[in-house]
Design a protein around this ligand. Structure first.
Ligand SMILES: C[S@@+](CC[C@H](N)C(=O)[O-])C[C@H]1O[C@@H](n2cnc3c(N)ncnc32)[C@H](O)[C@@H]1O
Length: 507
């Protein structure tokens, strides 16, 4: 196996030193780094890309699989070839190296101009989702549809819509197959809810019901996220809001001119559709990761029969649903705010009513800043909860859980973990799984563009709720300060939208 794949090997517990030592300076990558004048950065990046393409070809050929084509609509079956680690990992190398190569060759002024303008990509995506373009194009078929006809369904201006679609098309989202005639490609088809356009137009409020949630989460990010991000600089430079840890002193509060934190704001009657969209969107985060990600890496099957898993801030319980279906020996309590639990009741009624009727799954309104009512369960699950909160509030949540934990309770935090963009010698190196193998030189230590999503999420959390994506060291410190000892970090696959699992036990 070439060194660049060894270094990026999934699940490897090798330290950075081990990687560097076994290299002994003899690998092509080391030579590349030490003889920079002889082999340029451009050549090094191009070589990484070529090597990774060869790996993907070999992996697909070994299984007689066809790599998914960019112009074909997305289906889980046709995506299968990309989903195995021996294809995902070299794919990540290509993404990181290609992005770095583009920046290396592009005129810097252009890199900066494109960066400054990229919010228009976000707003164009929002427009396409909210005017149901992917669904309209699906029904039009592969020959595509003229912008006039696309726009007529939602009575928006066709020329303006076409201009937004062309920006997306220029970034490989949708295709323009003839002047002003657009069709879906693989990427755009993923935001198709699959529903008949007539149904969506008749009941737009139900558009995301029963869907994968991917369009819902993307519409949330390109709506509340985009507007909040527009106020980020003013917020950080604000004397009061800048250093604040409060959930109602954020860019979101400036953008929407509200004193409410985002979660109660969503519960205002006028925001009912936003609340519903966010709830379904959280299922979308699950569907954007590898299938069944919550099942992987943690020993669910080893928990004794009747063990109780408390899904704290569990939303409607979409992850407990996956777990409950896969592990019949476990029981679940899904806790969230009142309004969310009302939606959770409908969700379970549609998805798995027997589990609730049989009392294997309980849906419980509970504020996680107040004493935890379930004592000494096997597991407290906190998925994508701590990242919504600053350290001050994350500590309060962790203290409540610690107060209710028994000696054998495990805390499972499922969240993004972020890395520095340079080599990190300060991280929690003693914790199994904490050290992530370095990618090959000259890629950034944190995988650059291939691992960018958590860094976007970090700014999204900061903008909306003063939340925070954390490094493993910061998690370790936060847990330690609140009565929990971090024992293990589980990174499951090479899938870049995957969260890490952090296992902690009471101190
Ligand atoms: C980012 S979502 C994560 C949902 C779920 N764990 C998942 O991964 O899909 C955060 C959840 O925390 C809930 N939440 C916010 N404040 C809460 C509170 N004070 N008590 C309980 N849940 C709360 C929200 O309603 C939301 O469902």
């Amino acid at each position: 196996m070439p060194l660049f794949l060894k270094r990026f090997k999934l699940g490897s517990n090798r330290s950075k030193e081990q990687d560097r030592e076994s290299d002994n300076g003899n690998s092509p990558q080391s030579k590349m780094a030490t003889t920079k004048s002889a082999a340029s950065e451009l050549r090094a990046l191009a070589d990484l890309i070529n090597g990774a393409v060869a790996q993907i070809e070999a992996a697909c050929a070994s299984r007689s699989q066809t790599y998914p084509l960019a112009d074909e609509p997305f289906t889980p079956q046709s995506e299968a070839a990309r989903m195995s680690p021996d294809v995902l990992v070299p794919g990540n190398i290509i993404v990181a190296a290609a992005a770095q190569l583009i920046t290396a060759v592009r005129i810097p002024a252009l890199t900066l101009s494109v960066t400054a303008s990229s919010s228009y990509l976000t707003s164009s995506l929002r427009l396409a989702i909210s005017t149901h373009v992917p669904e309209i194009l699906r029904e039009a078929g592969p020959q595509g549809l003229h912008a006039k006809e696309i726009a007529s369904k939602t009575t928006v201006d066709p020329i303006k819509l076409a201009r937004a679609l062309r920006l997306l098309t220029t970034h490989h989202i949708f295709r323009e197959v003839a002047p002003d005639v657009f069709t879906n490609n693989r990427v755009s088809s993923l935001i198709d809810t699959g529903k008949p356009v007539a149904d969506i137009l008749a009941h737009p409020e139900n558009k995301f019901d029963g869907t994968s949630g991917i369009a819902a989460v993307l519409e949330h990010v390109s709506d509340e996220g985009l507007k909040s991000s527009g106020w980020l600089a003013e917020t950080i430079m604000d004397e009061k809001f800048g250093p604040s840890q409060e959930p109602n002193e954020t860019a979101f509060n400036k953008a929407y001119n509200t004193p409410l934190p985002v979660f109660p704001w969503w519960e205002l009657p006028e925001n009912a559709l936003r609340l519903k969209r966010f709830g379904i969107g959280m299922q979308g985060t699950q569907n954007m990761a590898s299938p069944g990600a919550i099942l992987e890496g943690y020993g669910w099957k080893d928990l004794p029969k009747g063990s109780v898993v408390v899904d704290v801030g569990g939303g409607v319980g979409s992850h407990s649903l996956v777990l409950a279906k896969a592990h019949e020996h476990l029981e679940f309590v899904v806790q969230d705010r009142d309004a969310v639990i009302t939606d959770a009741v409908k969700y379970w009624d549609a998805q798995f009513p027997a589990a609730v009727k049989g009392n294997r799954v309980k849906l419980q309104a509970h504020d996680f800043f107040t004493p935890q009512p379930v004592k000494a369960p096997a597991v407290f699950l906190l998925r994508m909860v701590l990242h919504d909160w600053s350290d001050k509030y994350a500590s309060l949540i962790l203290k409540q859980l610690r107060g209710a934990a028994g000696p054998d309770t495990q805390l499972l935090v499922v969240d993004n973990t972020i890395e520095y963009a340079c080599e990190d010698t300060t991280s929690a190196r003693d914790i199994p799984g904490a050290v992530v193998p370095l990618p090959p030189a000259p890629l950034l230590a944190n995988k650059g563009a291939a691992g960018a999503l958590p860094y976007f999420a970090d700014l999204h959390m900061m903008s909306l709720c003063n939340g925070d994506e954390r490094t493993v060291s910061r998690f370790q410190k936060l847990l330690q300060e609140n009565g929990w000892k971090l024992t293990k970090v589980i990174h499951v696959t090479g899938f870049e939208v995957e969260n890490a699992k952090l296992v902690a036990v009471p101190i």
